[in-house]
Design a protein around this ligand. Structure first.
Ligand code: NAD
Ligand code: MG
Length: 390
């Protein structure tokens, strides 16, 4: 029986993971589930999966969590330190699905057990890729990608030599605004940008899809995880979201991974790896799909892509600055303080401003360094937003 923990169990990725685990309850011993403010969901899943411990990220919800778990024998804890303590409980497999930079420390810590870290939290690779991979190597731990594109690349690479890879093509839906006239994008609202044509995801990642900041994050993730050069990584708009990524080899062959847009594919692959097992996802009917479309992304429509490319070249601290500025810019857009197209300007200006204070390309030595860069970038990004409002 495999022991597992799910960080961010109440979120979109977390709930899909809970769904797969709940289908085979005898195969797993669930150790820790963590969540945020949705205490009812966290408690319900902890009871259903017979978890040992449930953790809410917020101290103020501890009493509610304790009350919801009273008499079950499940331990309830709260706060950042409790998340780290939960990550210290040894398990074979951990799902890292907390959103944002908050997911970095617990995932990093879990690598110490030398088990498998299923990594949905893309911010970990973008902000601290080299540190995370080195930590995994030091403890003999395995990191498996859960972002659908990276799971697709990983699957296309099974049995292949990375030296034979010429290019990796990451597909993008183009987001909810892909057919809008470019001139209209400046006035797009949060509701406009928050509707995704194919995937059901949280509001933040959906808006990041419309701006392609999500794709920019994924290009950086690809560079860090697979160790290829930025020039080898391409992105193409594929409106149907059925091909998740392609790998091109030195003999001209292109291996594509197709599947229904359902995150249980990538989660289930990471759960069952290195085996494949039955998954409850829709099967594609190619004759009914009939056509697969592709088009090049317009750099004027998606300025986030060029910014991400520059970050991939710089590496060092640039990813942490990019991620923090992008999160703040998104907060600013959701709060109505800046427009949709201003998000890229905030990130660009934050990178420029931080470059004048720090050597962006210098590598980071530890997590504290990453968090310091993150903190500094957030302050700078908020200052840029305030300036733009004047
Ligand atoms: P979500 O917002 O639905 O859920 C986030 C989870 O993190 C929740 O359990 C929440 O309680 C918890 N959380 C939030 N803030 C926290 C904090 N400060 N401390 C501790 N826990 C906190 O997010 P999601 O869509 O499930 O995405 C999770 C991660 O997976 C993100 O990094 C995202 O980019 C990545 N991802 C998501 C998808 C998807 O389809 N949703 C696809 C690929 C990658
Ligand atoms: Mg993705």
């Amino acid at each position: 029986m495999r022991s597992i923990s799910i960080f961010g169990a109440t979120g979109s990725i977390g709930q899909n993971t809970v769904d797969l685990i709940a289908r085979a309850p005898d195969a797993y011993r669930v150790v820790a589930l963590t969540g945020g403010a949705n205490i009812a969901q966290l408690a319900q899943d902890a009871i259903r999966l017979k978890a040992e411990i449930a953790v809410t990220a917020h101290d103020e919800h501890l009493d509610d969590l304790r009350a919801a778990l009273a008499g079950t024998g499940i331990t309830a804890t709260a706060g950042e330190a409790a998340l780290i303590e939960a990550a210290d409980r040894p398990v074979d497999w951990v799902m890292s699905a907390i959103v944002g930079a908050a997911g970095l420390a617990p995932g990093f810590r879990a690598l110490r057990h030398g088990g498998t870290l299923a990594l949905a939290n893309k911010e970990s690779l973008v902000t601290a890729g080299p540190l995370l991979l080195a930590e995994a190597q030091a403890h003999g731990a395995t990191i498996l990608p859960v972002d659908s594109e990276h799971s697709a690349v990983f699957q296309a690479l099974v049995g292949e030599d990375i030296a034979a890879v010429e290019r990796i093509i990451i597909t993008a839906s183009g987001g909810g605004l892909r057919d809008w006239p470019i001139a209209a994008l400046a006035s797009a609202t949060v509701a406009d940008a928050g509707a995704h044509p194919n995937w059901a995801m949280g509001q933040r990642i959906t808006i990041d899809s419309a701006s392609m900041f999500n794709k920019g994050m994924e290009l950086i993730e690809t560079r860090e995880f697979f160790g290829v050069t930025p020039a080898q990584i391409e992105t193409v708009i594929h409106p149907q979201s059925l091909i998740h990524a392609l790998v091109g080899f030195n003999d001209g062959a292109l291996m594509a991974h197709l599947g229904a847009p359902d995150m249980r594919h990538a989660i289930g692959y990471a759960l069952n790896w290195p085996d494949r097992r039955h998954l409850p996802v829709a099967r594609l009917d190619l004759a009914q799909i009939a056509t697969l479309e592709f088009r090049a992304p317009d750099p004027l429509r998606y300025p986030a892509l060029a910014i991400a490319r520059a970050v991939m070249e710089t590496r060092g601290r640039a990813g942490a600055v990019f991620n923090a500025a992008k999160e703040v810019a998104l907060d600013g857009f959701i709060a109505g303080r800046i427009g949709f197209m201003d998000m890229a300007a905030v990130v660009d200006r934050t990178l420029d401003e931080i470059t004048s204070q720090l050597c962006l390309s210098s590598s980071m030595s530890n997590l504290e360094d990453v968090l310091m860069t993150d903190h500094m970038s957030r302050q700078t990004a908020w200052a840029q937003i305030t300036k733009m409002e004047r």
